[in-house]
Design a protein around this ligand. Structure first.
Ligand code: NAP
Ligand code: G4F
Length: 351
């Protein structure tokens, strides 16, 4: 009799955690999700899965809680998606970002080494590590030049994963994933901020959308496609790191035009440039060469850029219309974060 495979997912409450949990359940896994303690639970993205997954309380800051989470769940696969993942916050809280996003990886790898070194480990590395890019497009061999404390922390997490693979023979791999989005994306990330803003404009809930650098280019895909790449990486015969992206780049301006166009709105009339949303150092242009993932894993993205934009705008329209019908106030995407508006930050942004 074959035993049900078990997976432990850190960051289960996040965008990717929710899609990965769905995929693992569909593949027949018993899914354990690691959640940190909070005074109010943030299970919105996994509410529909709560009767099919087991939540384990632990924190990437706490070594013993990680050991206990592994002992409790006894997984054969661990997906480390937990991180402080918002780049502007990493400029505001660089030390905490390093604790979660960098050293947290070592804590988890140490816990695996202690509890069960046969566990297969996936690390959520990021295209943000390429930063000021050394070549275009970026592959697994492109050198890193991170441009934010987040990117630096991810580079540490990436190399410690490689190091534990080489030192201790762990099946530990990194997926260098380019930006991936969905209707479940956090409201502060630019794509969701735009789709939410467009929906609010369309419904007459606001009359402007404030943004920063419209010239930055990203290789944007659909998160649902990308979690499949994570899973495929842990099913491979040999541990290997992979770049995952669509191979197409679009500017923030392109995203704005597509989203406004989809809703029949004119960006010229509503988009306001606010220097407070510029960053101390920017990543200008990311584009993936995912040849290795295509050839070795058979991975392909299934969602085009226009499909992604339409999906996100439609979902936000539906959500806000539904909320209006229930006479509820929906969360506002354009909340001003204290850190993005400090005098020093704004002065630097204005040059
Ligand atoms: P996300 O929506 O921001 O989710 C991050 C998750 O990490 C949340 O579940 C959060 O829990 C959890 N977390 C934060 N600090 C933690 C701690 N100290 N202990 C335990 N859990 C903690 O991010 P995502 O978009 O799903 O991304 C998943 C991972 O992929 C992240 O590591 C991100 O850096 C990386 N990545 C993302 C992209 C992308 O485009 N989305 C691209 C490349 C790499 P709470 O709910 O408690 O806050
Ligand atoms: O949506 P963003 O905040 O994502 P960013 O910085 O590319 O990071 C995301 O992708 C990484 C993968 O490369 C992940 F590792 C990371 O965890 C995260 O998921 O910003 C995208 C671009 C930036 O160039 C930013 O300057 O959009 C530009 N932008 C312009 N106006 C804005 C805004 N970004 C935000 N968040 N808000 C704005 O108003």
């Amino acid at each position: 009799m074959t035993r049900t495979r078990r997976a432990l997912v850190t960051g289960i409450t996040g965008q990717d955690g929710s899609y990965l949990a769905e995929l693992l359940l569909a593949e027949g896994y018993e899914v354990f999700g690691m959640m940190r303690r909070a005074s109010t639970e943030s299970v919105e993205r996994i509410e529909h899965l709560l009767d099919r997954i087991t939540l384990v309380q632990a924190d990437l800051l706490d070594q013993f809680s990680l050991v206990a989470a592994l002992e409790e769940s006894q997984p054969s696969e661990v997906y480390n998606l937990g991180a402080q993942s918002f780049v502007p916050t990493s400029f505001r809280q660089p030390v905490l970002t390093a604790e979660f996003t960098a050293v947290g990886v070592t804590r988890l790898l140490e816990a695996i080494r202690t509890v069960d070194p046969s566990i297969r480990f996936y690390q959520a590395s990021s295209s943000e590590m390429f930063g000021r890019v050394r070549e275009t497009p970026q592959t697994e061999r492109t050198p890193f030049h991170p441009r934010s404390p987040y990117g630096v922390a991810k580079a540490y997490g990436h190399y410690i994963t490689v190091n534990y693979r080489e030192s201790y023979d762990l099946f530990a791999v990194s997926g260098i994933l380019f930006n991936h989005e969905s209707p479940r994306r956090g409201l502060e990330f630019v794509t969701r901020k735009i789709s939410d803003g467009v929906a609010r404009l369309k419904l007459g809930l606001t009359d402007e959308l404030s943004l920063g650098n419209l010239d930055a280019k990203r290789d944007w895909g659909f998160a649902g496609d990308y979690v499949r790449a994570m899973w495929l990486m842990l099913q491979a015969d040999e541990p290997e790191d992979y770049v995952v992206g669509t191979g197409e780049a679009h500017s923030v301006r392109n995203f704005v035009e597509a989203a406004f166009g989809h809703a029949g709105l004119d960006p010229e009339q509503h988009v306001r440039l606010d220097p407070a949303f510029l960053r101390p150092a920017e990543v200008d242009h990311l584009i993936a060469d995912a040849t290795l993932a295509r050839t070795c894993l058979g991975w392909e993205p299934s969602t085009s850029f226009p499909e992604l934009v339409s999906m996100m705008v439609d979902a936000d329209l539906e959500r806000l219309e539904h909320a209006a019908h229930r006479s509820e106030r929906a969360p506002v995407a354009t909340v001003r974060r204290a850190g993005e508006h400090s005098p020093a930050f704004e002065a630097e942004a204005r040059g």
